[in-house]
Design a protein around this ligand. Structure first.
Ligand SMILES: [Fe+2]
Length: 360
């Protein structure tokens, strides 16, 4: 047993000669031995000593071996119990095995049998202890992992919130920037005061009725504000000219669709807006500009803008004329549905009286 901690064995037997024999065998093998003759005091002795194994007789007066076994099983979970039994006790021996004894030894005890079963019982105890340690380690590791997951989740949540906040700021900057651009366009073309804002209201109203989702509505909103952005590149004198334009001037004004696209196409998040605004003067029957797109080739949002744009151009006041009456505007829109404008959208616009959105 050199190099190992001394193992201690608790012996319970009412017959002293048997205790002596066991004591001799076990101490010779290097084990520590605690002896008890049994009786009610055995429980106190068990409680006040520390040991690795219990060897207990079954038949004893007052407190029998089964009571000892039950006490040890309840109080010292990992301590194995070996029972001593006489030849005619075999059925009881089987019974105590069921109650949790590790094994039993027949009396008279042969040293070889005793040492064999003691070694096995102690190995079993070591395994149980190691198992318990592993369970504990496992549980601790699990708790550690759970804690880590909680911390990581918290971190991610706060990062997500920061991102959300940053996105909100970015978005509001974007809207402010677009509004500034829209005002710049209006400042340049004195015919169109308030036009961009009315366009925004009518376009978003019509888009919502047409079933666009929130992201599509947002793009449409930007495009409605910026549809005439290209006018920045058009000669101011021509834009503000009263009376009919020459053919050359007309061609020049028409360039605003492509100029607007050119300005926005390289800006991240604005590509979709660029593709819409370039098409806001396309006609449903393919006779518009700049690319003669037809029907569904024209982006849906651009078709919405065309409807709103024609309505606003006819109904709003200009410095040199009053806006046309509603009945006249409605008639004209019906007349160009299918040629200039998407007829489905004109229907929706008129049936739902979307024009009311621009009149506050
Ligand atoms: Fe335009």
């Amino acid at each position: 047993m050199e190099g190992q901690q001394k193992r201690s064995i608790f012996i319970v037997d009412d017959e002293e000669p048997i205790r002596k024999v066991l004591n001799t065998h076990l101490t010779k093998e290097g084990y520590g031995v605690i002896q008890s003759p049994g009786g009610p005091s055995v429980f106190d002795m068990l409680r006040s000593n520390s040991f690795d194994l219990v060897i207990s007789d079954i038949r004893m007066p007052e407190v029998d071996g089964i009571k000892v076994l039950e006490f040890v099983r309840e109080s010292f979970d990992s301590v194995p119990v070996i029972m001593l039994t006489g030849l005619n006790d075999i059925s009881i021996a089987v019974d105590v095995m069921k109650k949790g004894a590790f094994d039993f030894i027949m009396k008279p005890v042969r040293k070889e049998d005793l040492m064999n079963v003691v070694r096995k019982a102690l190995a079993n105890r070591d395994l149980r202890l190691r198992n318990k340690e592993l369970e504990l380690e496992n549980r601790e590791y699990q708790l550690f992992l759970e804690q880590k997951v909680r911390e990581r989740t918290k971190e991610l949540n706060s990062k997500a919130m920061e991102l959300q906040k940053a996105y909100g700021i970015l978005k509001s900057m974007n809207i402010q920037f677009i509004n500034v651009l829209a005002e710049t366009i209006e400042a340049k073309d004195r015919h169109t005061s308030g036009h961009c804002n009315r366009m925004r209201q009518v376009c978003v109203g019509l888009g919502r009725l047409a079933g666009l989702n929130p992201e599509e509505l947002e793009i449409l909103e930007y495009a409605s504000l910026l549809h005439d952005l290209g006018k920045i590149g058009i000669n101011e004198a021509i834009l503000n000219k009263e009376g009919p334009l020459t053919e050359e001037e007309c061609r020049h004004v028409k360039e605003h669709s492509l100029i607007g696209e050119k300005i926005l196409i390289g800006i991240p998040l604005m590509e979709q807006v660029a593709r819409i605004i370039v098409a806001h003067h396309e006609n449903f029957n393919g006779t518009g500009y700049p690319r003669n797109l037809k029907g569904e080739e024209i982006p849906f949002a651009a078709r919405i803008i065309s409807v709103a744009d024609l309505y606003d151009a006819m109904s709003s006041d200009r410095p040199y004329r009053k806006g046309l009456p509603l009945e006249v505007v409605v008639e004209e829109m019906k007349r160009v549905a299918g040629t200039q404008l998407d007829p489905g959208l004109v229907n929706l616009f008129l049936e739902s009286k979307v024009y009311q959105f621009s009149r506050g």
